[in-house]
Structure formats: structure tokens, C-alpha cells
Design a protein around this ligand. Structure first.
Ligand code: MIC
Ligand code: SF4
Length: 644
């Protein structure tokens, strides 16, 4: 029987298990990437493992999130990251070089390789034909130390692209369409594989826009075949030697199938406050929705052609007086190319505000919109409050739709702008890797520099025999890690200081949460479906652990967050009967007797609601290995116990 591309690459990397959907497998990781906001923890964890040099083919440490230096913290972290990378065989991409996913695609990603990154948008490299996945920092540390990555063997969804995109309709509109159909939880446990005649008309950066935002489906990752366009892109990046052709067999089978007709696809837009709240732009066109801010950039949409298209629309025009247009090029390569060819001058002349090549406004690092503002962004997430302004209304769209809003001041169908400027991918990109530092050839002489903001990693204790704890918080469906552990300019500098950052856990949902959790000593959180969607930040598990949260009971989980809970020894439980969610209230006393015994005995546990005098069932859905990790109080304790 023919194989799909996902099966081929996973099989070539399989070190344990069988490719049966839902069953745990372990795979070899060829490449890792980290970014600064999750990287400090990942490298502290790597150091704790005592492995002198990374064992991967390539590991790169990027600085792109915490680049706003309003105090010493971020700059100190950068120094730590630079020195720790140099010592342990890791390449270091200096601040200013660009967003990890964009730079990795340009300079390092290879077809057929596995890439694990401490950032949920690592699937960007799926546009190059890599199996690229996001994970918590601890999983990256293990992979750098040569350990396998464990995951549930995914279902594979075929998305067949038929026809060709029409003028002003972009790759972004394709992924918005997939989100509209599958929703933010539709991809959990699945890998999305793109096929069909429409693939050939998409360049690698366009494919990367699609695989990048596939993270918002909750999917394990997304992937495109490696074909002639991949070869052309790699040649243009001076990396022709990295090319290999890869595709599914003609008779490959899939678990699910979706067909998208590109000929009839219209520009799409995701409305506040979820990436799947998608409508075609023409539906909003007549409403004349005034726009206050337009932001172009992020790892989703800031390639060379993206910014060239923006420049072409803006050329000779002025940004609407009510709009603040901010632009952050995805990488130094893109930034320098548009600076040298004059496109940057057209963007500047129109009145745009230019930021450095970094995540910036996407993670609330500056450029928070005004109160109640409408912000149209070429980014991938529009979760409430993520922009830094609690009541801002953030829409997500293509660069073309962003450009149309910037010049008209309203949400506008870009097809109204007239003729589409033709922008081709360059034959040769500007190649200058001087901002990527190679690791030291004399690692023993490198001293790792630690600023005062870097605090030791808190470690959990073994799981207790019984759990008796009140509910410290009850939340609903689709809770994001931005709800649990907010980011933004004020909180992000505390990423390497768990005691300090834990003061911000859940504050946007309930400002009293951190003090209440601490006062209770130990507690349980109750949640709905798709709990922990969004980012890979392990702080969303680590900081609640620090505040005494022992277990989470929800209707369903997002993949990365559930894995992070297990890694830090927090019990991830799921209601057997979803109706039991209704009967629990905040402050109810919950008890699980013979906890260790029950976990080892089977998948189902009996939980008592002592306050209500009722009982209900939950499952843990842990594999044998995960049970051992939970009993040990997390992956670090487990790894230590294995080593003895
Ligand atoms: C995000 O887009 O939410 C982030 C910030 O890049 C996160 C990582 C983090 O929180 O540091 C992600 O996507 O994993
Ligand atoms: Fe950075 Fe935004 Fe991409 Fe996250 S989604 S890596 S914050 S640009």
C-alpha cells in the first residue's frame, strides 16, 4: 500500500512504537531550535542533564521575542543564551537577525528532516518538507541531549488544493479557510498534509505561511511535499545541496480529506478573538468597520514577497490618518533586501512605523493598540488581550488585506485596490550569515554568564498517595496559554524567574488567582475543551506548579500544553462524563484517594467532590512512560531516577 509523506518521514525516524494513530511513538530529532523567551529554561534544563555537547545534527538558539530592553533582564538573558550556546555546540542567531521560524526556513530547514522547537510555530519549516513540531523547552533539552521525542502517532489529514489562487487572494486565505472548516481544536492529534495541483503554484514562503498557522488548528504539525519550487527556493538561498524531492505515493491513503478550490477562494479574515472565527472579507466590506492599527510582520507573513507586496500597494499613497501602520520584517535578510532595493523607502514614505526584525507586537512587545481599537494584523493569533490592550479587537488577515485597511482606513476587500502588482520571488536572496555565531571550538574555555534575573528551576516532588485540595479556579472552553501565563512587555522579561512570573498566572481571567492559589497551598483547576491551546510556553505549567496546582481536570486538552503538564508532574485529567463539569464550583474540596494506586491500576480514577458529597470519574490517558514521569513528579526527576 502507498504511503503518505508523513508516514515516510516518521518511519525513517522511528525509534520506538508503531505508526498506529493514537499510539505513543518515539522519533529521532535531527534539528532543534529555541527562542529566547522559552530558551533560557530549555538551556537551564539542558545544563542540568550534564551533557557537554548537543547530539543533534544542528541546534540553533534564536533571540527574537524579548528584544525590547526596558530593563537589564532581557539583555542579561541574551548574554546567557549566547554563552551557553557557544559552550554546548549550539549556533546562536543574534538579536536583529530575525524571527526564529523565518530565519530557520531561510537558512537551515531541510526536506525530510525532523525539527523540534520550543515554540508552537515551529511547523513553519513544514513548508520546506520537514516534520517540524513545537514542544516545551524540556522536550527540546532532552532532544539536544540525544533523547528521542515522544508523541502520539498522529492521524494524517489530506488537504487537497485544487486550481490556483486568484489575484489578491493569498496563502494566508488558504489557512484561514482551513481554520474556518476545522476550528482551533480540529487538528488535535493530527498532521495536515497538503497535496494537489494547487501546491505547485505556491512558493516555499507561501507554504510556510500555511504550515505556520496550522498551529492554530491544534495540529501536531503541517507539511508540504518537497518539489521543484522547494529546489528553486533552496537554490535562491544558496542551499541547492540541501534539496531532496519528497512526496506521498500516488496511492497513499489518509485518515481524513478536505478539498479546497483555490479558484473560488476569496480573501478571508479572522474576527476577534479566535483564529477560527473566519469570514470572507466581502462579508465585512459593506459594514465600513473603521481600523485604528494595521500590523504587518510576524513569523506567519513577513517574507520578502510579503513586504514587497505591501510596498507596492503603499507606493505613492499615504497611510490613512486614523491608522497606525507598523511593519516588522521577519528577518534581517528580508529587511536588508527591501532596504537595498528601495521598497523600504516606499513603505516609510507612506507613513509606516518600522520596527526591528523580531516578534514585537505579535507577542505584545510594544505597539499595544489604543483602547477599544480595531487592529488588523498579518499575524496568527488574536486571543483576547494578547496585543497588550484588554479591549482591543484584533483581526487576522493576509498582507494584501492589511495593506488595503492601511490605505482606506476600513476593513476592505483588497480586490478593490485595482491591478495587482506582480511580485516574483527573487532568483537569489541576499545571503549574509554573520549574525549567526558558530559554537566555540574550545568549549571548556567558555564561561556561561548568568544575570541576577536567572533563578534556579523549581522542581516538583513525587506524586502524593492521596490528593485533597480545593478548586482554585474554574474556566471554560478554549483557554489559551496566553490566559494561563500572559506574555507582553511587562511579563516576558520574567521568563527565567519562575517565582516572579508566577505572580502573573491567570491574572487576566482572575487577578486574585496567584494570591489565592498560594494561600490554598495546593489546588486543582477545572476547565473545558481544548484547554491550553496556543503557545508552547512551559511556564503555563511550571508557574501554576510553583503556585501549588497539583491537577487539572478538563473536557479535552491541546497537545503541547498537556505534554508540558506531564513534564512538570501536574496530573492532566479528563472528565469521563462532560456533564460532571457543571456540578463543580470554585472552592469545592476535591479528593482522590489512593492516587498512585489508582493511576497504576488503570485509566479511570474515581474523584470525590467532598463539598457536594458526589463522586465522578476521570481518565488520565497516560502511557506507561508518562505514568512513571507523573509518579516521579516530572520529567527531570524521572530522568534522574533512570540515571541512578
Ligand atoms: C507565541 O506566539 O505565543 C509565542 C510567544 O511565540 C509562544 C512561545 C512563548 O510563549 O514564548 C509559542 O508560540 O510557543
Ligand atoms: Fe513570534 Fe508571534 Fe511567531 Fe510567536 S507567533 S514566534 S510571538 S512572531
Amino acid at each position: 500500500m502507498g504511503k503518505n509523506l508523513v508516514q515516510k518521514i516518521l518511519e525513517a525516524h522511528l525509534v520506538q512504537g508503531e505508526l498506529v494513530a493514537g499510539k505513543e511513538i518515539a522519533i529521532r530529532i535531527d534539528q532543534t531550535l529555541t527562542q529566547d523567551a522559552t530558551g533560557t529554561m530549555a538551556y537551564l534544563q539542558f545544563e542540568a542533564m550534564g551533557v557537554p555537547q548537543v547530539k543533534t545534527e544542528l541546534s540553533v538558539s534564536y533571540v527574537d521575542h524579548n528584544t525590547l530592553q526596558s530593563g537589564f533582564e532581557n539583555a542579561d538573558d541574551h548574554r546567557f543564551l549566547q554563552t551557553v550556546a557557544s559552550k554546548h555546540g549550539i549556533h546562536f542567531s543574534r538579536p536583529g537577525n530575525g524571527i526564529c521560524h523565518q530565519v530557520h526556513l531561510e537558512r537551515f530547514a531541510k526536506p525530510g528532516k525532523t525539527l523540534l522547537g520550543s515554540d508552537s510555530h515551529t511547523p513553519t519549516a513544514g513548508g520546506m518538507g520537514s516534520i517540524a513540531m513545537g514542544a516545551g523547552g524540556l522536550d527540546i533539552a532532552v532532544a539536544m541531549a540525544g533523547g528521542a521525542f515522544y508523541l502520539n502517532s498522529p492521524k494524517v489529514v489530506k488537504v487537497e488544493l485544487q486550481g490556483k489562487l486568484q489575484p489578491w487572494v493569498a496563502a494566508k486565505d488558504i489557512i484561514l479557510e482551513v481554520l474556518r472548516r476545522m476550528t482551533v481544536k480540529g487538528g488535535v492529534g493530527k498532521i495536515i498534509e497538503y497535496t494537489g495541483e494547487g501546491v505547485a503554484s505556491l512558493t516555499v514562503p507561501e507554504r510556510a505561511t500555511i504550515t505556520n498557522m496550522g498551529a492554530e488548528l491544534g495540529a501536531t504539525t503541517s507539511i508540504f511535499p518537497s518539489d521543484e519550487n522547494t529546489r528553486i527556493y533552496l537554490e535562491a538561498q544558496g542551499r541547492g545541496g540541501d534539496y531532496t524531492a519528497l512526496a506521498a505515493d500516488a496511492d497513499a491513503t489518509y485518515d481524513e480529506e478536505i478539498i479546497i478550490d483555490l479558484n473560488t477562494l476569496a480573501p478571508n479574515i479572522a474576527q476577534p478573538h479566535s483564529p477560527d472565527n473566519v469570514v470572507p472579507v466581502p462579508e465585512l466590506n459593506g459594514q465600513k468597520i473603521p481600523v485604528n492599527q494595521v500590523a504587518v510582520g510576524s513569523c506567519t507573513n513577513s517574507s520578502y514577497t510579503d513586504l514587497m507586496r505591501l510596498a507596492a500597494v503603499l507606493k505613492g499613497k499615504t497611510v490613512h490618518p486614523n491608522v497606525s501602520l507598523v511593519v516588522s520584517p521577519g528577518s534581517k535578510q528580508v529587511f536588508e533586501m527591501i532596504a537595498r532595493n528601495g521598497a523600504l523607502a516606499d513603505i516609510l514614505a507612506s507613513g509606516a512605523r518600522i520596527l526591528e526584525s523580531a516578534c514585537g507586537p505579535c507577542i505584545g512587545m510594544g505597539q499595544a493598540p489604543s483602547s477599544g481599537a480595531v487592529s488588523v494584523r498579518s499575524f496568527n493569533r488574536n486571543f483576547e488581550g494578547r496585543s497588550g490592550t484588554a479591549d482591543a479587537k484584533v483581526y487576522l488577515a493576509s498582507v494584501e488585506t492589511c495593506a488595503a485597511a492601511a490605505v482606506t482606513g476600513f476593513i476592505t476587500d483588497p480586490r478593490e485596490l485595482g491591478d495587482l502588482p506582480t511580485i516574483a520571488m527573487p532568483d537569489k536572496y541576499l545571503i549574509d550569515d554573520r549574525l549567526v555565531l558558530s559554537p566555540s571550538e574550545e568549549p571548556d574555555t567558555v564561561e556561561v554568564v548568568r544575570g541576577p534575573n536567572i533563578k534556579p528551576l523549581p522542581v516538583n516532588t513525587e506524586l502524593a498517595d492521596a490528593l485533597n485540595a480545593p478548586v482554585s479556579l474554574k474556566v471554560g472552553d478554549n483557554i489559551t496559554t496566553d490566559h494561563i501565563m500572559p506574555a507582553g512587555a511587562k511579563v516576558l522579561p520574567l521568563r527565567s524567574n519562575i517565582p516572579a512570573i508566577s505572580e502573573h498566572v491567570y491574572v487576566r481571567v482572575d487577578p486574585q488567582f496567584p494570591s489565592r492559589a498560594k494561600e490554598l497551598g495546593k489546588s486543582i483547576i477545572i476547565g473545558g475543551h481544548n484547554y491550553g491551546q496556543g503557545s508552547s510556553r512551559e511556564h503555563a505549567a511550571l508557574a501554576p506548579m510553583y503556585l501549588g496546582v497539583k491537577a487539572v481536570i478538563v473536557k479535552s486538552y491541546a497537545r503541547i500544553h498537556r505534554a508540558n503538564l506531564i513534564n512538570f508532574g501536574l496530573l492532566p485529567l479528563t472528565f469521563v462524563n462532560e456533564a460532571d463539569y457543571e456540578s463543580i464550583e470554585q472552592s469545592d474540596e476535591i479528593a482522590i484517594d489512593n492516587l498512585r494506586g489508582q493511576i497504576e491500576a488503570g485509566n479511570e480514577l474515581t474523584v470525590k467532590n467532598v463539598t457536594k458529597g458526589t463522586e465522578f470519574k476521570v481518565t488520565h490517558d497516560l502511557t506507561g512512560r508518562q505514568i512513571d514521569i507523573i509518579l516521579a513528579g516530572g520529567l527531570l526527576n524521572y530522568t534522574k531516577s533512570q540515571a541512578v
